[in-house]
Design a protein around this ligand. Structure first.
Ligand SMILES: Cc1cc2nc3c(=O)[nH]c(=O)nc-3n(C[C@H](O)[C@H](O)[C@H](O)COP(=O)(O)OP(=O)(O)OC[C@H]3O[C@@H](n4cnc5c(N)ncnc54)[C@H](O)[C@@H]3O)c2cc1C
Length: 355
């Protein structure tokens, strides 16, 4: 069986790793000179997003056979809106490294595979589809999917981030909601070590020329007076594809619209769809069926995103009051409820007309 994978990001690498475990070596094409993100940052896996699994990393390891080692556990999240602040404590999830560092998720995966990675090749999916039995598209963007299937754009975000030098609690993450600099997005701080943290602003519906100003407003408003090094800018779009297998072409990770469009969580979905595509191809299984639950979750989060796009600072204050309420906290964080399935009800409460 001849398989080509376009993109050596986390979904493409997870796919290649799964193929190899089933005895198939793939040809991977990567347009850059190296794997993974060129800039370093911290990513989060939040347990609440992956119910009913109690531990998303154990799920990845035991069910998908993708072992990923995190930097640290998240024990506390401090969330601030314009006039409210709340904090949540417990076993909330994990912090992972992305980028060129040795512990990054991409480098962890690359260290496990033997498939050849052909660097500096901007692969053409049509040519590959003609010469390979299967092509897995793992390009991290919507370009190929939008030529192959119906789709719906959900959200567009511009992102600016950097590494802050200072003193940090390695288990505490901060999140800020403020429409002045993030619109319907947010800012967050993820500790990478005791003296380094990744600070990221995700500002929705923002033009390239606006982001610098938003970034400085964010740092100033939230008193993030750190020395900031290694800044980066990028964009991230949330969208939904109608089909994820078109002929002998499989769409995975962000290239399949599996980035959750409300908060931008895509790491676990990327690994999962990488694994499921390889399994579906080798075992002749129905890929759309295998990814059904992920598609359903992404669709639900798209509904939440549509609501979030209309929220004002008052609404964020109200949202924080709700999630800070001790009873709600117990329900959300201790009872292991499948929160996303209850999210629609949540949204209705939030959307009470504000005076
Ligand atoms: C700043 C930031 C913060 C994030 N934070 C979180 C978080 O906290 N939690 C979370 O769950 N998710 C987070 N995400 C989302 C998560 O990183 C993505 O969902 C995930 O990386 C997508 O993986 P992927 O393999 O689909 O794409 P990518 O990792 O983007 O990899 C795609 C690869 O394909 C290559 N490529 C593209 N086109 C071609 C071509 N034609 N030929 C050859 N190669 C090609 C690219 O060079 C790249 O290496 C964040 C994303 C960003 C940008």
């Amino acid at each position: 069986m001849k398989v080509a994978i376009i993109g050596a990001g986390i979904s493409g690498l997870a796919c290649a790793y799964t193929f190899e475990k089933m005895g198939i070596s793939c040809d991977i094409y990567e347009r850059k000179h190296t794997i993974g993100n060129l800039f370093s940052f911290g990513e989060l896996i939040l347990q609440v997003m992956h119910r009913p699994y109690k531990d998303p990393l154990s799920f990845l390891k035991s069910q998908l056979r993708i072992p990923v080692v995190p930097l640290n556990k998240i024990k506390k999240i401090i969330i601030k809106s314009l006039n409210k602040k709340t904090s949540i404590e417990g076993d909330l999830g994990y912090i992972l490294e992305r980028g060129q560092g040795q512990q990054s998720v991409e480098n962890q995966l690359a260290g496990k595979i033997n498939s050849k990675i052909n660097f500096n090749i901007n692969a053409d999916y049509r040519q590959l589809a003609a010469s390979y039995d299967y092509v897995v598209v793992a390009t991290g963007n919507s370009m190929i999917a939008k030529q192959l299937t119906e789709y719906a754009d959900i959200v567009s975000s511009r992102i600016k981030g950097g590494i802050a030098i200072g003193e940090f609690d390695i288990n505490t993450v901060y999140v800020w909601f403020n429409t002045m600099y993030a619109r319907s997005g947010f800012g967050y701080l993820v500790p990478l070590s005791r003296n380094k943290a990744s600070i990221i602003l995700v500002s929705t519906y923002t033009q390239k020329e606006e982001i610098e100003n938003m970034w400085h407003t964010f740092l100033y408003q939230e008193k993030l007076n750190y020395e900031i090094i290694e800044t980066f800018e990028t964009e991230m779009d949330g969208w939904i594809a109608k089909e994820h297998k078109i002929g002998n072409i499989y769409l995975i990770g962000n290239a399949g619209g599996f980035l959750e469009p409300c908060f931008g969580f895509g790491l676990v979905n990327s690994l999962e769809t990488g694994v499921y595509s390889a399994q579906a191809i080798v075992k002749g299984e129905n890929y759309e069926q295998k990814i059904g639950k992920i598609v359903d979750k992404v669709n639900k989060m798209a509904d939440f995103r549509r609501v979030m796009d209309n929220m004002r600072d008052k609404d964020y204050d109200r949202f924080l009051s709700i999630i800070g309420n001790p009873i709600i906290k117990t329900l959300i964080y201790k009872a292991n409820l499948d929160v996303i399935n209850y999210l629609h009800t949540f949204i209705k409460i939030l959307k009470k007309p504000s005076e």
